[in-house]
Structures are given as structure tokens and as C-alpha cells.
Write a protein that binds this ligand. Sequence first.
Ligand code: NA7
Length: 294
Amino acid sequence: MSKRIGFAGLGLMGGRMARNLLKKGFPLTVWNRSQERCAPLAREGAKVAATPRELAERSDVVVACVADPAAVERLVFAEDGLLSGVRPGFRYLECSTVDPGTTRRVQAALRERGGDALEAPVTGSKNGAENGTLLFMTGGEQAVHDELLPVMMAMGTKAIRCGTMGQGSTVKLIGNSIISLMLQTLCEGIVVGRRAGVSIETILEVVTASGYSSPYFTFKGNAIARRDFEEHFAIDLLVKDQTLMLQQAAALKVPLPGLAAVREVFQSARAQGFGREDICAVIKTLERAAGETA
Ligand code: NA7
């Protein structure tokens, strides 16, 4: 018998991940803060829970993909939160990108009630969520990882166990710091290239054919060349992750001069109104800084 799955958080990523669980035949119940977002999945066969508590009561496993630590706080610990529906054997799969402290606190609370949690933040962006090709970075017990692997593999193609609870979130924050600096340097290069009369196509041709290459440069470079800033991963959410990474590093007394500087550029992009655009829209902030008006 398939486990009964509950899904909390039907945003850009979560809605697509939940649909893949439904397509793979898992009995699915959904909850979202704004209930209207449940309607498309309800039409495709999902049940709708009125509260996270009801979601937990109706499910063996709840998968969460919500925005940030405040959203996890509301989902799990509020009066009608899922914690009040947890009983022995219950499992919680945290796919949101949050800080290690939050995932550890959630795990401890679930364990007090006989349940357990696995953190499993994802990479692969909107297309990976849509196509079921996400990669999961897990933290938690190996046995819980193994138990929840079939659920993860309905939404993705690979799950790497990074260690105990908190270490999966740490790896995810490191990954998003890497893409922050990669995107920053790509955008800086494109702006300088344009000023020097070198086209973005030429830059990308050399990058792709050389040791400079990364699929990430191809993906984001091509979007910038088309001036396509439609959200795959929002600037608001990347700044949330940059901030969580800086906070974790500060707690560990580790300086992050590169990320600290780059975060301010993305913060400027939010101030200029690009927060809900894709992270590659940060180039518009760099163009403005260089005196371009477009
Ligand atoms: P989206 O598309 O911004 O979706 C965010 C989801 O989180 C959406 O369902 C929101 O509900 C929900 N949310 C946001 N704040 C809260 C609070 N306070 N309480 C409950 N639910 C909340 O993000 P993505 O799908 O791109 O990303 C989701 C996660 O994966 C995030 O951690 C990324 O960094 C990676 P709403 O519909 O607004 O009511």
C-alpha cells in the first residue's frame, strides 16, 4: 500500500512537486496558506485539508515546500499546526530551504511525539520540479532517508545523504552561495563585455567550450540573452538563503566576504522592484550601476 502523502506549500516549486506525487499514484492531501492554490490539484484528485493539523492527521508522511523559516514555524508550531496531528511513526520531509537550527528544532519536536523528520532541500529549479528531476540533499537518520526515498524519487532522480539533521540544509545553503557568486560574475562579465563591444553570444560560446563552463552559465546566460526574467527562482528567495548562510557563518565565526558583498547587490535588486523576478534579473541592477538606462 502506498503511503498517504500530505503536501504543504503549493508555490512555484511545491505545486509541481505535489503534482508529480499524484501522477505517481500516491494518495495525496494538500494544504496551502492561501486556499485557492489548492484548487488545480483538487481537480486532479487531491484532497484538501483545512489546516496543517488536519493534513498531518490524514497523512503518513507530510512533505513541506514553503518559503522560509517563518513559514515552517507557522506550518509546524502554530495552534492548528501539524505538530498537534503527529503520532508514532509519522514522518515529515522538509523540502523548504531553511536554516539548520529550524530543521533540528522541528525534528526534536516530532521525536517527542514518536515521529521523525528528514530535511531534503532540493536543487533543479522550476523545470526540475516540473519534470521530476530534482536532486535532494538530505539530513537525518539513514533509516529515515531510506524509508522516504520512494517519496523523493517520485519528485526527483537523486537523493544524496549529507549527514545528520542540519547538514543537508548547510549543503543547500553552500550551493546557493555558489550560484550567487557565479551569477554575479557572469552578469558583471556580460555588462563589461557589452561596453567593450563583445556580444553575450561570444562570451557564452567561449565559456561553454572551455574550462570556464558550467550548465548554470548556459542556463542563465541564455535567459539573459533573451531578456527572459520570468521566475524560476526568485531574487527574494535567494536573498533569504544568502542571509541564512551569512547568519550560519557568523555563528561559526567564519567570514564570507564574497557572499556578503554579493548579497548587497541582490538586495539592491529587491529595492529596485525585481524581487519576484528570476535571480538572473540581477543583471538589471548591475546595468543601472554601470549607467545603462534600459
Ligand atoms: P514560492 O513560489 O514563493 O511559494 C512559497 C510557498 O510558501 C507558498 O505556498 C506560500 O503560501 C508559502 N508560505 C509563504 N509564507 C508562508 C507562511 N508564513 N506560512 C505558511 N505558508 C507560507 O516559493 P518556491 O515554491 O519557489 O520555493 C519554496 C521553497 O523551496 C523555498 O524555501 C525555496 O527557497 C526553495 P501562499 O501561496 O503565499 O499563501
